[in-house]
Design a protein around this ligand. Structure first.
Ligand code: SAH
Length: 346
């Protein structure tokens, strides 16, 4: 049986048509799923009995099993979910003045091997299906609906490399974006990649309006290859060639994420090199405080140096923001909560 959350609006219509059901019923079904947050086909009162039987025989509505939930002092909530094959994944809900933001996991484990990241401690086991990503949003949406709130923004920044699971991530975005459903605006969806240049070209050609964020973290190949093995496959020159191609076609501002790692990438020279690298690119640099990971050596840059780094970039004409820490008192770094559970149950 397949999760109905796997199906885009268009695909759901196809299923209805192919199975001699009325096309407009697919529209109703989609609205039940995403506007009324239905957890069962039985409640879909404007579908015929035959339609409901068909759906029940062939599809299920994927509900994730909650294994753990941590709530930080600032209300950042981290969910640990168990999938049908017992794999554990994390989803994070953050509360911003402009609305609720959900950080979605795209793979079980990750093969990118970034040295500072807790997610990479577990190699990729498999890709998530689009339905499993949708299910993360639906779980949080259902919870938020109880307090008359909704998911406003989605960032594909949880465990996994979204461009290493390209098609499912694209379907996921299409489903949550659809105006008959959750209608999360394209510009409120952000995909974060460590820099798979070949997929950046592909993404550029899709002509979609989702935000693209690049995890940069270093502004020269020597350091970046050390921190992020993906840089050996797609060094900065190739990455930026792809990004320029994207910019030419999309006229969208690119976000560059830059974790500040104490003594590694936070010097004046680093800031200067970064500003040179970004010259002429419509870019925003998001400086991110590092969430320290027990198993790893890296330390977070202190606040004073972080502010200086911000200033150095600012003075060199870089659009820059310094992100405040969220969920500092819980296991908020990608993969930390899962890593802890696996340690505890070992
Ligand atoms: N693979 C994608 C998306 C997942 S990682 C990517 O690389 O963009 C999401 C972001 O969190 C990336 O910028 C990543 O480098 C960063 N990150 C990983 N571990 C972190 C940590 N311990 N503290 C802060 N940011 C971290």
């Amino acid at each position: 049986m397949q999760s109905i959350y796997d199906l885009t609006y268009e695909k759901l219509q196809e299923v209805f048509i192919e199975n001699s059901m009325k096309k407009y019923r697919a529209d109703q079904c989609f609205k039940w799923l995403y506007r009324k947050l239905a957890s069962s086909f039985d409640v879909m009162s404007d579908l015929s009995k035959a339609d409901i039987s068909f759906l029940k025989e062939n599809y299920y509505i994927n509900t994730l099993e909650l294994v753990d939930k941590q709530i930080a002092k600032d209300d950042t909530t981290k969910y640990l979910f168990k999938l049908n094959d017992d794999a554990l994944i994390e989803t994070v809900l953050m509360h911003y003045p402009f609305g609720k933001v959900v950080c979605v996991t795209s793979q079980v484990g990750c093969n990118m091997g970034c040295l500072f990241c807790a997610s990479g401690l577990l190699k990729k086991q498999r890709n998530l299906t689009s339905g499993e990503m949708v299910a993360q949003i639906m779980y949080v949406s259902k919870e938020l609906s109880e307090i008359d709130e909704r998911v406003r923004n989605v960032v594909v920044m949880g465990t996994g490399e979204p461009f290493d699971n390209y098609d499912n991530v694209m379907d996921f975005c299409k489903i949550i974006n659809h105006d008959k459903g959750l209608a999360i605006g394209s510009r409120r969806i952000t995909i974060s990649t460590c820099g798979l240049a070949d997929k950046i070209y592909k993404f550029a050609d899709e002509q979609v309006q989702y935000n693209l964020a690049i995890s940069l973290h270093a502004s020269n190949d020597k350091l970046r290859s050390k921190l992020m093995p993906v840089n050996k496959a797609y060094p900065l020159e190739e990455l930026f060639k792809a990004l320029r191609y994207y910019s030419e076609r999309n006229n969208r501002r690119l976000t560059f994420e830059y974790i500040l790692l104490k003594g590694v990438n936070d010097s004046y020279e680093d800031a200067l090199e970064l500003s040179k690298l970004l010259k002429g690119i419509n870019a925003l640099v998001n400086l991110i405080p590092y969430n320290q990971v027990d198993e790893l050596e890296f330390k977070s840059t202190d606040d004073k140096t972080a502010l200086k780094f911000y200033d150095w970039l600012y003075k060199n004409n870089v659009n820059v923001t310094l992100r405040v820490k969220h969920g500092d008192d819980i296991d908020a770094a990608c993969g930390q909560l899962r890593a802890k559970h696996e340690r505890d149950s070992a």
